[in-house]
Every structure is written in C-alpha cells, then in structure tokens.
Design a protein around this ligand. Structure first.
Ligand SMILES: C[S@@+](CC[C@H](N)C(=O)[O-])C[C@H]1O[C@@H](n2cnc3c(N)ncnc32)[C@H](O)[C@@H]1O
Length: 554
C-alpha cells in the first residue's frame, strides 16, 4: 500500500481507536493477533447428537435421556462411536459449559464438562486423536499441549507455531481430520456470533417456544416491560401460524463459506433441533460452502439418530426443510441435510410464509401472489415485503471492510485492491439493507445477531443504531456468551451522524487489540474482532414508507 493510502488509513483508524492502541496496532503490524484455533466437529466425532438438545441446548430432561440411552454412537465416523452408550452425556460434555451459562439447572459446570466420564471418555479419546493428527501434520510434537477454547468446549486453540499453516488455502486443509470433517479451522471470534444466536434469552419460554407471542394475539405469560408477552412455558404457540412446527428455524443471511452454518447445524443437533436457510450472494462462495458442509455434516440419509428415533440431522422436516429444488435442478438453491442453501441477495430475500421456502425462482407472478396472500402477521403490518415473519433466529454475519482482521504487514490480505476511504460507507449501506431484511424475516420474539469482523463503528454500532430507529419494536439485548463482555464498544468517531444506541451497546467487543477487558476471567488474551450484536424483535415491523438506508456521512 502506498504512503498516501497508509496515512489515510491511519487517519481513519484514529477516528475511533484510542491513540495508544492505534500506536500499538501500527507498530505491531496487527490490529488483532489471530489465534489459530479449530473446533472439533461434534457431528463427525461420532457424537450423533440425535434429537437436538433444543434451541437452548439445555440438557435433556430425564425422560429424553432414557429415550436415547443405549443408542450407540451412530452417525459419526470416529473410533469409539459405537461404544458411546451415553450420547447425551457426551453431548453435554462438549456443550455443557455453554449450557450451564444458559441456566440449565442440571448442566455440568465447565470443570465437569472437562472431566471425561462414560461416553464422554470415548469422545475425549477421539478428540485427542484428532488433535494428535493435526499436530503431527504441522510437524509438531504430537504431545504439545493444546488448550481448550474458553467458551466452546468443542474447540481448541492451536499453538502459535501452527499459525502459518492455517492460512486460507494453506496446506492444513489436506490434513486427514480436516478432510474427514472431524475438525474445522475457525477463528476463535467466529464462533461467538453463532453461540450468541443460539443462546436463549432470559425469560424465554421452554426451548422452542417463542419469547414473545405473535403480535396482536397469543397468550401473555407476563414479563418485564419491554420483554412482554412471554408465553407460558410449553404454550407452544409460534409466530406466523407455525404451531407444532418442530425445531428452530434459523436464517443465516450471509452464510458462505459456511463455518458458522456448520456450527449452527452442530448446535441444533439435528432436524428435530431445527432447520437452517443459508443465503449468500456469491455463487463461488456457496460452492465452497457446499464442499464444507459435505465434509462437516453427515451425509443426508445417515441415520445419526438411530432407528426408531426422532429424525437425525438430515431427516426432512415436512413442509419446511424440503424445498422441491435440488441443486442440480435449480442452480440457485440446494439442500444438504438440515441446511437449505440459497444463492440470493439477502437484502431482497423473499420467503414463502407458509412453507418457509425461499422464493428464488425469479417467478414474479408467484412472488406477487404471495405478497397478496400474506397479510402480514399479527397486526397485519409485517408482510410489507411479501413475507411472513418466519425465522426464530437470524444471523447477519455481514460483509464488511475487515478492519478487525487488519494486518498492516500484509494489507493486501485485507484489501486486495488497496485501502479505500469510502469502503466503510459502502459496506454500511449494504449492512443496513441486510439488517433491515433480517428484521422483516424474524418472527416476533425472535432474535437477530449482527456481527462483522471490522472495528469501524460506522459498520457496527451505527448500523445497529440505524436499525433501532428504523424498525419499531426492536431492542438490543445482551449477547449471552459464556464469557464476560464489556458494556460498550468503541465510541463512534468524529463525523458519526447516527445516534448511538440509547442503551449501552451490548458489546461483545473484547479490546480491539484482542485483550480481554477488565472483569474478563479469561486465562489469556482472546483475539477477538467479531462483534456480535444480538437484537430481539419484540415486534418486527416495517413502516410502509421505509426509506432506503442512507449512507452514514463522515
Ligand atoms: C463475512 S462473510 C460470511 C462468513 C460466513 N458467515 C461464515 O461463517 O463462513 C460475508 C458473506 O456475505 C456475502 N454477501 C455479500 N453481500 C451479500 C448480500 N447482499 N446477500 C447475501 N450475502 C451477501 C458474501 O458473499 C460473503 O460470503
């Protein structure tokens, strides 16, 4: 990058980074020191979660436990899968730490989760073997200690010496555990939006029940102001006339190459746990996602849940995750297990409100018909864009300028075309449109998580602030993550025109330098750029006169 561009980049960063941090960034050459990490793919580790642990991943009740006992490992390919009689226990071993954060009364503590027992022992042995193969593949001593990820029990931090190997397109992709799909390299911070998305909000009803009844109807279980209309546990009502629909409906609006989608599928634990519509505007990146999902998820039709059990991860859930078009018949949509991938512009995604299928046929007539038919949900004002509010959770892992991944020593990695002062403004426009679409598609009481890998407030806080001003009934909530987070992110810099959120931002920002903030109990600095913003839609509506999003000035 030439000197003029570098100095304009520095000016830009100085508009929101504290001077001392900026100096460190500048001298150190990195905005965020990236920690190589990977997650063990629990579906491929023979865990065979079977019926999902539920939207909140709460430990199963004892009846659920006995229903699954003695099933064997199923589904996975790893050694010891068949000996895992206590799959529920193994699942809890991996997911327990997170579940305990979410308030499951009988959830094991982090310490419990780390202690192998029963089926978990086989799982641990398998995980150790995967780690050994990876270390060996990196030319390291296979006994090199590998730390657990502080917030996802199924993830591990790799020794720093592995860093050069795990670059995108690097040789690590050919290592057997990666090829087999037992492990997946993933930035530590990349896991957080997914975890925040899947966490139940305090006050939500039973897993699977909405946090809020549909607008204009539904029983009110009563709750605190702003969180109103929490249905009684087990009421079973859902927005959009979906009573009785199994599992959680998740929309991943910027999905490719699918790292978070695969983790979502893992956390859902199977079709009984839910279905994912994964959208991306880039066909080549969707192809990459297909490759990744094929590696990471069991083949559709694999009976991961075992015979006689509720559907496994890839069983079809009628009327929802069974779009008519396979990828061979329709280039724009394909299905793999519980994931329906859609090649579409997420800012314009339309969904059939009755089947949940994305409308990507380009058939205007059909779209118009649906528009006409859908009067919106609840008060009749939600169907403005021709969709019902269908999704329980929406992830907007938005395209951004990538400033959180800035590597000044290799700026071409972040900006192949060089630094561009207008990039943030352009990105913010698209981010607003994506987020607005997410708000149109989430059901009342549903949750949106917005994340980027940039530190720029005009792409983070200001985008969220814009949405709060644009869409009624949306509010910010703390992202529930298994780690303490500071209350606010970086202050908008000079020239910021959007009002920052009136509530303190539910910042999941660790320090932009990757340092855990005061109060964090992390054993070591956590490289962290992605800032999940969790948004609850108490009543997601769009004013009929919604103007296109304005670019932030400044
Ligand atoms: C940060 S990446 C997503 C990474 C992905 N969530 C993962 O975990 O692997 C952003 C993605 O948004 C996609 N994208 C950009 N504009 C889009 C749009 N208008 N609609 C849908 N996807 C879009 C890009 O193609 C890119 O794949």
């Amino acid at each position: 990058m030439d000197a003029a561009k570098l100095s304009s980049l520095r000016r830009h960063l100085a508009s929101y980074l504290p001077a001392d941090l900026l100096d460190r960034v500048w001298e150190g050459g990195f905005c965020v020191q990236r920690q190589p990490s990977f997650r063990l793919n629990t579906l491929r580790l023979g865990l065979g979660l079977g019926p999902g642990p539920g939207p909140g991943l709460r430990p199963e009740a004892s009846s659920g436990e006995s229903r699954r006992s003695g099933q064997g490992g199923g589904g996975g390919q790893g050694a010891g899968a068949g000996q895992m009689g206590g799959r529920g226990a193994a699942a809890r071993s991996l997911l327990g730490a997170f579940a305990s954060l979410w308030g499951g009364a009988s959830a094991p503590s982090v310490a419990d989760a780390a202690r192998p027992s029963g089926g978990a022992e086989a799982l641990e042995a398998e995980a150790r073997e995967v780690v050994r193969q990876l270390l060996e593949g990196f030319g390291l001593d296979p006994s090199t200690p590998v730390e657990a990820c502080p917030y996802l029990p199924a993830a591990r931090l790799l020794p720093a010496a592995c860093a050069p190997h795990v670059r995108v397109g690097g040789p690590a992709k050919d290592l057997p555990p990666l090829k087999a799909g037992s492990a997946y390299f993933m930035g530590l911070s990349s896991m957080l939006p997914t975890l925040a998305l899947m966490a139940p909000h305090p006050g939500a009803g039973a897993p699977g029940a909405p946090a809020h009844a549909p607008a204009g109807g539904g029983s009110s279980g009563g709750s605190s102001r702003g969180r109103g209309m929490v249905p009684r546990a087990g009421a079973g009502a859902r927005g959009g006339g979906r009573e009785g629909a199994p599992g959680l409906r998740v929309l991943d609006l910027c999905a490719a190459p699918g790292g978070k989608t695969a983790l979502l599928a893992d956390l859902l634990g199977g079709a009984a746990g839910g279905s994912i519509v994964a959208v991306d505007a880039s066909w080549p990146r969707l192809q990459r996602m297909r490759y990744n999902l094929e590696r990471l998820l069991p083949e559709p039709g694999d009976s991961a849940g075992g015979s006689g059990e509720p559907p496994g991860p890839h069983a079809s859930v009628s009327g929802w995750d069974a779009p008519a078009a396979s990828h061979s018949a329709n280039r724009r949509m394909w299905q793999y297990g519980c994931v329906t991938a859609v090649h579409a512009d997420g800012t314009r995604l339309e969904v059939d409100p009755h089947t949940g299928q994305p409308l990507v046929t380009g058939n205007r007539q059909r779209t118009a018909h649906v528009r006409h038919r859908v009067g919106g949900f609840g008060g009749g004002d939600g169907g403005l864009y021709g969709v019902g509010a269908l999704y329980d959770r929406v992830l907007v892992d938005a395209p951004c300028t990538g400033l959180g991944r800035l590597q000044l020593l290799r700026p071409e990695d972040t900006w192949p075309d060089g630094w561009d002062e207008q990039a943030g403004r352009r990105a913010a426009i698209r981010q607003r449109m994506l987020l607005r679409r997410a708000a149109a598609l989430v059901r009342p009481g549903g949750t949106i998580v917005y994340s980027t890998c940039t530190l720029d407030p005009q792409e983070n806080e200001m985008v969220v602030a814009w949405l709060l001003g644009e869409v009624e009934g949306i509010r910010l909530v703390e992202p529930l993550l298994p780690m303490p987070m500071p209350a606010t992110g970086p202050a908008p810099g000079p020239g910021a025109t959007s009002t920052p959120p009136s509530e303190p931002g539910p910042g999941a920002d660790c320090g932009p330098d990757g340092q855990a903030q005061p109060g964090a109990s992390l054993a070591k600095p956590l490289p962290f750029a992605t800032a999940p913003r969790r948004i609850d839609a108490a009543r997601a509506t769009h004013p009929a006169t919604a103007a296109p999003p304005n670019p932030p000035s400044g």
